[in-house]
Design a binder for this molecule. Structure first.
Ligand code: ADP
Ligand code: MG
Length: 528
């Protein structure tokens, strides 16, 4: 019927009834999409909606089960990324594929014709990076570069192929606000040249700011096709999650109990040339409290998490006390036995083993600390598979984990759903202390609000919770008290109600507590 109207005039890419099955599960189900030249088109949807699957089909990484793709009005089949590049499609993946030991230019050369001399590649990469406002030293080693710089390599690599369409899968989830602004300038430049951009994001404000059109996916189907500037964040969120996103509820007054986390004189030298030295950190978290630690990425967050969790025990046993026990030299399992839970930032390979089923991942994290729950039979310990599966099921139900089977491999879950599982796994143990690093990194609005509510509820039930986050909205949503980490130093804690965004900004920039305080007051930034 609509075929009779012919391909939409002027559309560069058009997708008809595109479907992808994994087994019997349709990750993409009858998707229609069309992108015009010079258009920045958003692909919106909560985690697991099918966004990455869709763009992998457009880039030839996955083959569609059903449906057709039209390029410049002609039906095409895109058998590989090489074929996609030849058509004029470039892609920047969610997870980078760079070799750390090689230089920027050497990495770029890997995806190009081996006959092109390296010097020429370096020269072109440098001039492109200048032209598009993506500063990059072609001779730098990737290992020395920040996440933002690594992403620039991927973008420059895609631009070297002179694409008509460039696809970016959640590019800003790894960037600071400043880096994101730079990226938007680059995208506007691409648009001005008549190139099209397919932009995956779950950040509604940013989609409204930069995108001309948005296609919204839910459970593998298109649930909206709109001009995002004509929508409100609430109406976009409704298309994504199907109902109003639940607000997070927090009691304004909370009675705090005894201190469950006590850190004093915690100094840890940098382990590698690229890590941060922790300098004389002190903090205290009481029962019923969420201490949120804000800061720009790379200021010691990972190092602080490693010290708190026992991933890297510290020399001074008294520097860290959990539930009144000195644990500085105790490893992660010993700290878990005391009732602490930890959720690291890096989900794949660290918090979960991708190839293993969810239930086996659950067993892995518990075998050391919760034997009673899973193992029966005195000397002859027997793994109780049914109990583990039931617990995995309970966690999935409690956190609304969307998955393609009863007990799939962890790696088959989308990032946000895996994160809900990992956080649910810790919450299910009802830990007295929970330390989480970037709890909603790359997670959609619905899942993020569920995770934040769960963290607040845990504290309300009497646990001490530490949330390390770069997301200031998140910090203000969950925090009882807020401290800021900058260059390995931690500020004193401020009650969340006493801090403004401006004051936090000063602390994040490394301005000393006293200066930040008087500066903020003198500037009259207190809105209330
Ligand atoms: P999004 O990018 O929107 O977060 P994805 O496209 O990554 O979502 O995933 C969509 C759904 O397809 C998820 O439920 C995910 O678990 C499933 N899925 C993705 N890749 C695979 C795969 N290789 N095998 C099985 N299921 C998969
Ligand atoms: Mg994805």
């Amino acid at each position: 019927m609509s075929e009779a109207r012919g391909p939409e005039a002027g559309s560069l890419l058009k997708v008809r009834s595109l479907t992808k099955y994994f087994g019997t599960f349709a990750a993409c189900n009858g998707i229609d999409l069309s992108i015009g030249p010079g258009e920045i088109h958003a692909l919106l949807g909560e985690n697991g909606a099918g966004k990455s699957t869709l763009v992998k089909m457009l880039f030839g990484v996955l083959q569609p089960s059903e449906g057709r793709i039209f390029w410049d009005g002609r039906p095409v089949s895109i058998g590989s990324p090489g074929e996609a590049r030849t058509l004029g499609i470039g892609m920047v993946f969610q997870h980078f594929s760079l070799f750390e030991a090689l230089t920027v230019a050497e990495n770029i050369a890997l995806s190009l014709d081996p006959k092109i001399p390296l010097a020429k590649i370096a020269e072109e990469a440098e001039s492109l990076s200048k032209a598009y406002g993506l500063p990059l030293d072609p001779h730098a080693h990737v290992a020395d570069l920040s996440v933002g710089e690594r992403q620039r390599i991927e973008i420059v690599r895609a631009l070297l192929q002179n694409p008509k369409l460039i696809i970016l899968d959640e590019p800003t989830s790894v960037l600071t606000p400043q880096e994101a602004d730079k990226l938007f300038e680059t995208l506007f430049k691409l648009k001005a040249e008549g190139r099209s951009v397919l932009y995956i994001s779950h950040r509604l404000e940013e989609v409204q700011r930069i995108c001309d059109r948005a296609t919204v996916l839910r459970h593998g189907k298109v649930t909206g096709d709109c001009d995002p500037r004509q929508e409100t964040p609430a109406s976009l969120a409704r298309m994504m999650v199907g109902s109003d996103v639940a607000g997070v509820h927090r009691d304004s007054t909370t009675d705090l109990g005894s201190a469950l986390v006590q850190v004093q004189n915690l100094s840890v030298p940098a382990r590698t040339p690229f890590s941060v030295t922790l300098k004389d950190i002190a903090l205290e978290v009481r029962a019923g409290e969420v201490l949120a630690i804000a800061g720009v990425a790379g200021n010691g967050q990972g190092e602080l998490f490693d010290a708190l969790s026992g991933e890297y025990p510290v020399g001074n046993d008294e520097a860290i006390r959990l539930c009144s026990k000195a644990v500085g030299r105790t490893g992660i399992n010993g700290r878990r036995l005391l009732g602490a839970g930890f959720v690291p930032e890096e989900r794949h390979g660290h918090a979960a083993v991708s190839d293993m089923a969810l239930s086996d991942n659950l067993l892995l994290s518990r075998s050391q600390s919760d034997r009673s729950l899973f193992l029966a039979g005195g000397l002859l310990s027997v793994i109780r598979h049914d109990a583990i599966r039931a617990t995995a099921r309970r966690i999935c139900a409690a956190m609304d984990v969307r998955k393609s089977g009863d007990d799939p491999a962890a790696g088959s879950l989308s990032g946000g759903n895996l994160q809900k599982f990992i956080i649910g796994r810790e919450l299910d143990r009802k830990p007295a202390v929970l330390v989480v690093n970037q709890p909603t990194w790359g997670v959609d609005a619905g899942a993020a609000s569920r995770i934040r509510q769960a963290l607040i509820d845990l504290a309300r039930a009497g646990s001490a919770v530490i949330v390390i986050s770069q997301d200031l909205d998140e910090i203000f949503e969950v925090a009882t008290n807020i401290a800021v980490i900058s260059e390995g130093r931690l500020s004193k804690p401020y009650p969340a109600g006493d801090l403004t965004l401006e004051k936090i900004g000063l602390l994040m920039g490394g301005i000393h507590d006293s200066t930040a305080h008087s500066g903020a007051t003198a500037g009259g930034v207190h809105a209330h």
